[in-house]
Design a protein around this ligand. Structure first.
Ligand code: FAD
Ligand code: SF4
Ligand code: SF4
Ligand code: SF4
Length: 366
């Protein structure tokens, strides 16, 4: 007999009430997609729907195991993805930028994520993508999209939580709609999805895939973002208002470099010291030791990249194939390393920078 299976009650006690939940949505997405009427996400907090619904819990333990903030399965996925240090397995590092003029305008850094998704849609390698859009108040909206035209809405970064795994919860309910829209799909299980997310979210997806549980089998590509920290939405914009007098409605872009850079809709750039935002950092991010999305097929960030470019860490063969095709088919332009620098030295310099940044993150959080 299997003893001591941990369930959602343990997740609540060990992760949620201790403020270590990163609101990825994995527990909710799994449980709801299986039709178990037990838990829901309320304001970024997973909860029992009610005391009565708590009795519906099958005590399967899956929510506990796949949570990126619990220990089970971490060792197994670390071995599976050949992770030996803080940067994870690396096939190659490059810097690149999109060649698509529209994405250049809306992308956060080099627009590589939106360009990779465009390529995957155009070459019929995916049927859908899970991304994060935003409303006019900069509230992130996790969403599953089915065509490249919608990518404009997700380009750019929102520095507050987007529970990107949540859209998987409804996957079996929207199947008919998809089947109608995409004639070549006759069964939702044929859907091929690219997932974009923060390191903690990619970790949860890999835990789900390790257990081979649906609906994670639909995720074909995992595109990870670099992530130093994430912020509480309300606190973030209170500080932005205090420091810049800008309301979310009047902001066109936010980016973190050395400082927080906030561009207004009338193109006025305000720069605010990053440490002024310390109180808005979410609690779970203080405990986080991952910066470059070790569990992705490829990871993308702005750090270390020349202006207007993205840093790309390629980690899997599939990731390598996508990036090679993006370059050879002219979707992205690879940054040419200056002639006076050796390629290996240039790459090592960048990777050492990421190691230092990862170390700073861990030390800051001690
Ligand atoms: C919370 C957060 C913190 C980050 N911190 C760093 C950092 O410290 N250093 C660094 O180099 N890079 C960081 N990044 C990554 C960086 O901001 C860009 O996302 C990355 O460089 C890709 O840029 P791009 O131009 O290729 O992407 P784009 O083509 O602009 O696409 C951006 C993608 O990001 C997704 N996205 C936007 N907001 C969120 C969100 N809140 N949660 C999940 N997905 C989202 C969108 O779905 C979109 O697909 C962070 C990203 C996030 C979300
Ligand atoms: S049914 Fe399983 S996945 Fe759902 S809450 Fe209970 S233990 Fe978690
Ligand atoms: S799986 Fe994600 S949303 Fe659920 S408790 Fe863990 S961190 Fe929170
Ligand atoms: S800092 Fe870590 S826990 Fe916080 S959002 Fe980024 S990856 Fe997740």
């Amino acid at each position: 007999m299997v003893k001591d299976i941990k369930t959602f009650q343990n997740l609540e006690d060990e992760v949620i009430t201790t403020n270590n939940c990163c609101a990825c949505g994995a527990c909710i997405a799994y449980c709801i997609s299986q039709g178990f009427d037990v838990i829901k996400m309320e304001e970024y907090t997973p909860k029992f729907i009610s005391n009565k619904n708590a009795d519906n819990c099958k005590e399967c333990g899956v929510c506990y195991y796949i949570c990126p903030q619990t220990k089970p399965l971490l060792e197994q996925i670390t071995t599976k993805y050949q992770i030996e240090d803080e940067l994870g397995y690396i096939i190659d590092y490059i810097a690149a930028k999109t060649t698509n003029e529209k994405i250049k305008e809306f992308g956060q850094d080099g627009g590589v994520v939106s360009t990779a998704l465009t390529y995957l849609f155009e070459r019929n390698k995916i049927d859908a993508a899970i991304v994060s859009e935003k409303d006019e108040y900069w509230n992130p909206i996790p969403k599953i999209i089915y065509n490249k035209e919608d990518l404009k809405k997700s380009a750019g970064t929102r520095y507050s939580i987007s529970s990107n795994i949540i859209p998987l919860k409804d996957i079996y309910n929207i199947a008919q709609e998809i089947i109608k829209e995409k004639k070549h799909i006759y069964d939702v299980n044929q859907l091929r999805i690219a997932f974009v997310g923060t390191p903690c979210q990619c970790r949860a997806i890999r835990k789900m895939q390790f257990l081979n549980i649906s609906p994670s089998h639909l995720i074909e590509f995992v595109i990870g973002l670099f992530c130093m920290e994430n912020f509480d939405h309300e606190k973030l914009f209170e500080i932005v208002k205090d420091e810049t007098n800008l309301e979310p409605l009047n902001i066109s872009k936010m980016n973190i470099k050395k400082n927080f850079l906030i561009t207004s809709k009338d193109n006025d750039l305000k720069e605010v010291e990053l440490k002024k935002f310390d109180d808005a950092v979410r609690n779970h991010c203080h405990l986080c030791d991952e910066f470059t999305s070790k569990f992705a097929d490829f990871s993308v960030g702005g750090s270390g990249a020349p202006r207007g470019h993205s840093s790309i860490i390629i980690r899997t063969e599939m990731g390598q194939e996508v990036i090679d095709s993006l370059i050879s088919e002219g979707y992205i332009e690879k940054y040419s390393i200056p002639a006076d620098q050796k390629s290996s030295e240039w790459k090592n310099k960048k990777l050492n920078l990421f190691k230092r940044m990862n170390m700073n993150k861990i030390n800051k959080n001690k």
